[in-house]
Ligand binder design. Structure first.
Ligand SMILES: *[C@@H]1O[C@H](CO)[C@@H](O)[C@H](O)[C@H]1NC(C)=O
Ligand SMILES: *[C@@H]1O[C@H](CO)[C@@H](O)[C@H](O)[C@H]1NC(C)=O
Ligand SMILES: *[C@@H]1O[C@H](CO)[C@@H](O)[C@H](O)[C@H]1NC(C)=O
Ligand SMILES: *[C@@H]1O[C@H](CO)[C@@H](O)[C@H](O)[C@H]1NC(C)=O
Length: 700
């Protein structure tokens, strides 16, 4: 019995042990089951990646503040971050791919706003070993050989930022890649507005955090990808929606993670948060809990730096350039079309023309419209379009101070003077170094042309006499009638213009000086034209009304004889000086021999011619006090007063001079005399000296 009892006990004990063993095995299996199901189902990284057991490959790292940095600014690099445990994407019983869902927040920070890295991808892969995957366009997922190989069993969602013509639609897109970087479906980055349905572009490399959702519905075999800026709710309409049977692609188990690459251009690809769930919807990320990018500050700095180094200088230079251009245009306009204002200009303001008006009037100072070139500058013909008035515009260069003085003088003089035998100054304009005087247009040009140019018709005596009387009246007005006595100082045939009715009109008051009545005119520079300069003027340099009378006397002889005051190339020595020649003939009683051969001399005309010749001699008397005043001249010409006989002293002086010096004396002869304007700079060319008891002699 005892033996049977021991055996039973032993059997009992054995059975218990077995049960226990069985129990233990069951328990272990249970525990393993529990453990695996608890860890593999889902995860969320909401507060950064610090301390997580993610597998990091390549240059992937976790920054101090918990950002998962897949790549930094290292060129030609890859970076991977892989969840350490694989997931069962396939239902063992049916072999069907299970639904899954993941969402993540990323930020791509370009090193440079123009050039940046290749992008990143979320992937599902049977392996954690990407050592053979390549950088740049291969995104750290494939290489030249295994791209497109169905044995890869890789499903990826690419966020591609560089256009690679082999694979890509553009340089800013999302794509669903199955074993191949050539996406099965891709779309320009952006989202569809929930309300309007409009597509809104996003820039993946903006540096701004963006959220992506990747969801697979195992039942419908539909893979949806959605992206939106971080501030937004998930858009209802996915960006990508692809029906794909992942059962054949996904193995069991599979790892999930991110891959990223840089090329010769770089960007840091960052992951801020990540949530994943098998067979359900991934837990939503608490966006306010995400780690902040260290570059948030840095980026601003970079941006600022970029603004400072690139944008700012460009903007500044553009602004400067525009400013300078505007300034130049403004200045040009100022210089061109308005001019410096001076006291006297204000006084005579109404006469002012704008430069623009004159440019238009003269066809841009076209050479075709040059009327002549005087001692001061060119004269252009113009038409004032507004009133259809013909004008003459005299361009006076005033680079020299002298020119300016003369200009002002002329303006003031003319501003005050109105006489039918004076060329009226309509206005003026100042432009840069030029002064422009606007005159009435004198259709017939200057008197000297009629006297000496073959192409002009010969003036008959009546016309000549009318001109002489007109000019005399004009000079008289200057000397007597105006508020201030004006000495013309440059009376000569080329300064007498003829209007359409052949009235003589004095022009070119450039040398005129104002001087008060009855006061001795201040000594001024000797100026005038040789042949017309009174002997005492060259000696004293003092222009007076009587020096004007002298010049007018010469002019009268010129008009009557049709000869220049000095004819240096005349073979007959006594004909070199017109005055001497006339005087000589007058003395011989052959004065009519001197008159212009083109004139038909008949009847009473002879008296007029004689009057003019004698008056001419009287006016050009070497002694100023023997000359008549312009008032007297006008009276003689009008026949109001009888011309007194010429003094014997005058004649004897003349004849003596002729006999002694063969008649060359009163007028210096050298160079181009009739166009030569004597200025104070060459006073030595004329030496006047007292001669005998009552006359003067002028020598070269
Ligand atoms: C990029 O990251 C790697 C690995 O963390 C590091 O060795 C390298 O210095 C970093 N390069 C730059 C440019 O930040
Ligand atoms: C979005 O980007 C694409 C490609 O650059 C462009 O063709 C399209 O006009 C853009 N759309 C909007 C709304 O900006
Ligand atoms: C999906 O692919 C698996 C494996 O190739 C196959 O067995 C299954 O029939 C496919 N399902 C559909 C709906 O085509
Ligand atoms: C989200 O994160 C913030 C900051 O960590 C926290 O204050 C807030 O309670 C969180 N919200 C939720 C719904 O968890």
């Amino acid at each position: 019995m005892e033996v049977v009892g021991i055996l039973l006990k032993l059997d009992e004990m054995m059975q218990l042990k077995q049960v226990k063993q069985q129990f233990r095995v069951l328990l272990w299996i249970l525990m393993v089951e529990l453990a695996t199901s608890a860890t593999v189902d889902s995860f969320i990284f909401n507060n950064g990646f610090t301390g997580t057991k993610l597998i990091l490959n390549g240059i992937a790292s976790i920054t101090e503040n918990g950002v998962l940095r897949l790549t930094n600014d290292t060129e030609q690099s890859t970076g991977h971050a892989i969840y350490p445990t694989p997931f069962h994407f396939v239902q063992p019983s049916t072999g069907k791919a299970i639904s899954f869902s993941t969402t993540f927040v990323f930020a791509m920070i370009p090193q440079d706003p123009v050039y940046y890295g290749h992008g990143m991808a979320f992937f599902i892969s049977p392996t954690t070993n990407f050592s053979t995957a390549m950088a740049s366009q291969w995104l750290g997922l494939f290489n030249v050989n295994d791209n497109g190989d169905s044995s890869d069993h890789i499903v990826a969602i690419e966020l591609d930022t560089i256009l690679n013509h082999e694979f890509d639609i553009d340089s800013n897109h999302l794509g669903i890649d199955i074993n191949n970087l050539k996406s099965n479906l891709s779309h320009h980055a952006g989202y569809f507005d929930d309300y309007t349905g409009d597509f809104r572009n996003l820039s993946l490399v903006s540096g701004e955090p963006m959220q992506v959702w990747v969801e697979y519905d195992g039942g419908e075999m539909k893979l949806n990808v959605t992206i939106s800026p971080i501030q937004m709710q998930k858009p209802k309409r996915p960006l990508l929606s692809l029906v794909v049977n992942l059962s054949s692609i996904l193995l069991d188990p599979m790892f999930i993670g991110f891959a990223s690459s840089t090329g010769t251009v770089v960007a840091s690809h960052n992951l801020l948060g990540w949530s994943f769930k098998m067979n359900g919807t991934a837990e939503a990320l608490n966006l306010s809990a995400l780690p902040s990018l260290p570059e948030a500050v840095l980026l601003n700095e970079k941006g600022k730096r970029w603004y400072l180094t690139t944008l700012l200088p460009v903007v500044v230079s553009v602004v400067l350039f525009i400013g300078i251009v505007v300034f130049i245009i403004f200045m040009l306009r100022r210089i061109n079309f308005s001019n410096l204002l001076e006291d006297w200009e204000l006084q005579y303001g109404p006469h002012r023309f704008s430069y623009k008006t004159l440019v238009i009037a003269t066809n841009g100072f076209n050479d075709k419209f040059i009327l002549g070139a005087g001692g001061f500058g060119r004269v252009y013909k113009g038409v004032l379009l507004k009133c259809n008035t013909e004008i003459a515009v005299k361009k006076v260069s005033h680079e020299s101070k002298q020119g300016m003085t003369e200009f002002v003088s002329e303006i003031i003089t003319l501003g005050q003077l109105r006489h039918r035998n004076l060329v009226r100054l309509l206005g003026y304009c100042r432009h840069k170094d030029e002064l422009l005087l606007v005159y009435e247009f004198m259709r017939n040009g200057s008197l000297d042309k009629f006297l000496y140019h073959q192409d002009k018709p010969t003036l008959n005596w009546a016309q000549r006499f009318h001109i002489i009387k007109g000019v005399a009246s004009g000079i008289e007005y200057l000397h007597q009638n105006s508020v201030k006595a004006v000495i013309h100082r440059d009376i000569k045939t080329s300064n007498v213009l003829l209007d359409s009715e052949l009235n003589g009109r004095l022009s070119d008051f450039g040398l005129a000086r104002l001087c008060d009545h009855n006061t001795d005119p201040t000594t001024t520079k000797v100026a005038g034209t040789l042949g017309y300069i009174a002997p005492e003027l060259s000696r004293t340099g003092r222009p007076t009304t009587l020096t004007d009378v002298f010049a007018f006397g010469v002019l009268m002889l010129e008009v009557a004889c049709g000869r220049k005051p000095i004819n240096p190339y005349k073979e007959e020595a006594n004909q070199i000086s017109l005055m001497d020649w006339v005087a000589e003939n007058w003395q011989k009683g052959t004065i009519l021999d001197t008159i212009d051969s083109r004139l038909e001399v008949e009847g009473y005309i002879v008296c007029e011619i004689e009057l003019v010749l004698k008056l001419g001699l009287l006016c050009s008397h070497p002694l100023p006090e023997s000359r008549p005043s312009m008032r007297q001249v006008v009276q003689y010409l009008n026949g109001d007063t009888q011309l007194p006989p010429l003094s014997l002293a005058y004649l004897s002086f003349r004849v003596l001079a002729l006999q002694q010096n063969a008649g060359i004396d009163l007028y210096p002869i050298s160079g181009t005399i009739d166009s030569f304007v004597q200025s104070s700079d060459q006073p030595s060319e004329i030496i006047a000296e007292p001669y005998s008891d009552e006359g003067f002699r002028c020598r070269v």
